[in-house]
Design a binder for this molecule. Sequence first.
Ligand code: C2E
Ligand code: CA
Ligand code: CA
Length: 476
Amino acid sequence: MGKTAQQVDLVRNEPRYSHLATPSLALVQKQSPDYSSSHALLHPQHSNISFAVRPDRSVSYFDPVTSLPNRNHIFGALDEMIVSGVDDCAVLFVDLDNFRRINNSFGHEKGDSLLLAAGRRLQRFVTDQEWIVGRFGGDEFVVVVHGKRDRTTLNALAEQLVLELAYPHQFEGLSVSVTASIGIACFPGDATEAGELIQYAHTAMYAAKGMGGQGYRHFRQNMAAHAAESLLIEGRLRQALESNEFSLVFQPIARAGSNEIHIVEALLRWTNNRNEIVDPDQFIPVAEESGLIRDIGRWVLQEACQQASQWRRTRATPIVVSVNASPLQLANPKFCDDVQAAMDAAGLPPDLLVIEMTERMMVEEDAITSANIRRLTEMGVRVALDDFGTGYSSLSYLTRYQIQSIKIDRSFIGNIEFDLRARALVQAIIGIGKSLDVRMVAEGVESQGQAAVLESLGCDYLQGYLIGRPVSAEAL
Ligand code: C2E
Ligand code: CA
Ligand code: CA
């Protein structure tokens, strides 16, 4: 426990961002690559081991941005560790979620500084000599831990890494947080060869991303097929838009205590060329990583506005459509133009549209996102804060922006019937919303009991299988 507190402290006491541009002394000392000595520095208890293949000195072994060992170095050291007869080791492949967004919003120079900061946080985890921390490339880091560790210990470690990396960075008056996904592969259980271990950890990392990011997964053999699949997904997604393979389903949101439905959430579905319906959790992360989410998101906006406009013409009471926007979309200076164009094309008044922005936004306050949120409000489009309680964003969010509703993440709702603490937490969240005059929506309401509790706590709206599953526009 003492160790954990100390690590957290170190991160919290991180120098301001401007200082981070100067790598710490400990890191700088590695800049003239002497492979054997640096190898000793990484795991001195094996310092008598030399590399079987003499390293080519024209090749750099350190990453210039973070000064951490680079891909070649990690690979070599891991290989060496295995060849030298290590009993057990684990490879943790760490990938920052949506890092592209940082580069797009702040530029590459700031992106690099953030990578440096992330590398330093990982480096601080090196509590003993049994570690290697390196930058594999882009926004990817690899942590190798040797010595026997059971699954529970590795889980605790991965959880800690995820937590430390997500803690917001302070710079230039902004609070920026980047979450990470981690994949874990173990020697000798999962693989016995360095390349394979890294590859499998990478595969497991993708599985963690597929679960929505900000988490970790252990490698499993059946993931390999899945990984190949997600590579294919990217290629297929590009064609999916042109081939009309996307559709929207709509999930009702009811006013608490009544059956009255006048808001629905639009949820994306992809029917692939094998006629299988793919859920958004499987392809949205791929679309975000590849930047395709912008085009897909624009399509969703257009389609949702058309549908709302049709309901307005054909129904006695109009239906408000709530559309999910990815952080990447919100960080695009053209986002509000897209929203306006979609409303104009459909002839939809702005009070029939809500934009849901996830609380798991990577950048709490980048200038473009802020401007977009303000402009949406000026345009008369309401903004909802989605997945509330799952991210790191501060409550000041709520006063800084004109957010009209908060959607309490379904992970909080599951236990409220029988767990008094869970209920107290939801009560507190609803209290915050009330005092700010924000409408509260509970997600994932599945039972009558949950609905009754939420109603008694003063929750305004309910969404979940109890009210209705997502269905096609015709079935609504
Ligand atoms: P979300 O915004 O939190 O949407 C709610 C998800 O919870 C939906 O899953 C919905 O089917 C599911 N759900 C609703 N009620 C219940 C319930 O009572 N119990 C349980 N267990 N689940 C319930 P879905 O449709 O698979 O969407 C998953 C996520 O994908 C969404 O989470 C949203 O973050 C993202 N997404 C969906 N459509 C879009 C889109 O058009 N654009 C973007 N950027 N993201 C989207
Ligand atoms: Ca949503
Ligand atoms: Ca949600």
